[in-house]
Design a protein around this ligand. Structure first.
Ligand SMILES: *Cc1c(COP(=O)(O)O)cnc(C)c1O
Length: 462
């Protein structure tokens, strides 16, 4: 054994202790650290011949990068929808690497049971019926990919074709209908050979809404004259967290032939609060559902779930049979259900967090985040520097600067805000208006953070 490996093996316990000690200053200072930093790369290191050993490598990392690590999992990273890491999920994530199990097959470990148990708890958290099975993926993009791959397979079956076997050329181009699909769904359509260009954009409701106009959807479905298609519904749009009326869409299923994929990447967490759960009414009639875990579940990157009622189609697409991998039998190995073959024990951080905080813990995170968005919205409306471009519906305040508005001015403001280091937000364009999103999805965020952020926002405003 190479001397550095041997030495590290002997000192493993001390190395873990050192790693814990190195983590503590970061975790203790998370409220003070800048949530985002811009850092231009230094020259790359060359690989050494003998290696430094783990202890010196930790020193090297801390010296080279430690101070530059931003607190994007702290309470004032309000860009994108970023979530955080609960204490329990951090523990689960650490143990995931300790055990380092490959969660593709059931025959060699208990890990698939942990994933199934976690999915069962998540179904309860989201109010999903037992008809849904689920599996972890590396993110909502891969979940959308998986959901739309099953949708593609379903469309093929309507023509008595097996697309995963025969290929896409066996049927005419597949039509996809959605009003405000997330960019990752377009990416998925590109990867699936359906094509970004085959998305038909359905008009939205009037009155500052991002939700689909169901009568327009009905007309588009009727125009297809019985041809099966895919509908992507949004449960939580990124700009204003608007929800398509899933109940109304599901009623259309009796009249028209379509696969309903619901992108509930973060909006699915509305289910955690009796105040907001109604936004998801009808979700149980979906054929596939995407929910992200590294967002509002507050587990570390990277983690998401795909839920579906169509295991047979899922297996048809994702089966990975090979002599050395064995036959497909119940319970179906995860290798046959998702794009990834080898996969880490991604369910364990979620398992820890769900057990540690329960329904009430997640209700608290969701409601507190929504309250913060609401309050920020009120501060914005009362100020003469900013105004909301849409009402605050859930956990995002979408707003812009007063006065002469340009994308450039928004960018300059956001750069100044980032470099100030107290709060971080990201730009968007909403109905043609250059705007800013403040998205709340971190368990640590409290009222004091609003005051700190507001101070920074007013000082950076010009
Ligand atoms: C974030 C997001 C995605 C993509 O998620 P990743 O986890 O980054 O792959 C898809 N849909 C919606 C609505 C999102 O908010």
């Amino acid at each position: 054994m190479h001397k550095q490996l041997k030495n590290d093996l002997i000192h493993l316990s001390s190395l873990l202790e050192q790693t814990k000690q190195a983590s503590e200053p970061y975790l203790n200072e998370i409220n003070e650290r800048p949530p985002a930093t811009f850092f231009s790369k230094k020259e790359s290191l060359e690989i050494s011949h003998e290696g430094l050993g783990a202890a010196k490598t930790l020193d090297l990392f801390l010296e080279r990068y430690g101070d530059h690590m931003p607190a994007s999992n702290g309470p004032r990273f309000w860009g994108l929808v970023t979530g955080g890491t609960t204490p329990a999920s951090l523990m689960g994530d650490w143990l995931t690497s300790v055990y380092d199990l490959n969660l593709s097959h059931a025959a060699n470990s208990i890990a698939p049971n942990i994933e199934m148990e976690t999915i069962h708890m998540l179904r309860q958290l989201f109010g999903l019926s037992e008809n849904f099975s689920g599996a972890f993926t590396s993110g909502a993009t891969m979940s959308n990919f998986a959901g739309l791959a099953m949708a593609r397979e379903w469309v093929g079956r309507q023509f008595n074709k097996n697309i995963s076997q025969e290929g896409l050329h066996s049927i005419a181009p597949i039509k996809v209908l959605s009003s405000e699909a997330h960019s990752s769904s377009f990416k998925a359509l590109a990867m699936l050979g359906i094509g970004r260009g085959n998305m038909k954009v359905i008009s939205k409701l009037n009155g500052n809404r991002e939700a689909m106009d169901i009568s327009a959807l009905k007309i588009a479905l009727a125009e297809l004259k019985g041809e099966p298609c895919i509908v992507i519904a949004n449960a939580g749009t990124v700009n204003t967290v608007d929800f398509d009326d899933l109940q109304e869409i599901s009623h259309l299923k009796s009249e028209f032939k379509f696969w309903l994929h619901v992108d509930a990447a973060f909006g699915g967490f509305a289910a955690c609060s009796p105040k907001y759960a109604h936004l998801l009414n009808g979700i149980n009639s979906a054929d596939s559902i995407t929910v992200d875990a590294h967002k509002w579940l507050n587990v570390p990157y990277d983690s998401a779930m795909i839920f579906t009622k169509h295991r047979d189609l899922q297996i048809s697409v994702f089966q990975n049979s090979g002599a050395y991998l064995g036959e497909i039998a119940e319970p179906v190995d995860f290798i046959h259900l998702v794009p990834e073959n080898s996969r880490r024990m991604r369910a364990l951080p979620a398992w820890f967090s769900l057990n540690a905080y329960g329904l009430a813990g997640y209700q608290d995170i969701v409601e507190r985040n929504c309250l913060m968005a609401q309050k920020l919205g009120e501060m914005i409306e009362a100020s003469n520097m900013f105004h909301l471009v849409a009402p605050v519906r859930l956990n995002v305040a979408c707003f812009t600067l007063n006065g002469d508005l340009s994308a450039e001015r928004v960018k300059t403001f956001l750069t100044r805000l980032r470099d100030d280091g107290r709060v971080f937000m990201t730009p968007t364009v909403y109905q043609g208006i250059p705007a800013i999103r403040a998205a709340f999805s971190n368990w640590r965020t409290e009222e004091a953070d609003l005051d700190i952020a507001w101070q920074a926002m007013t000082e950076c405003y010009k």
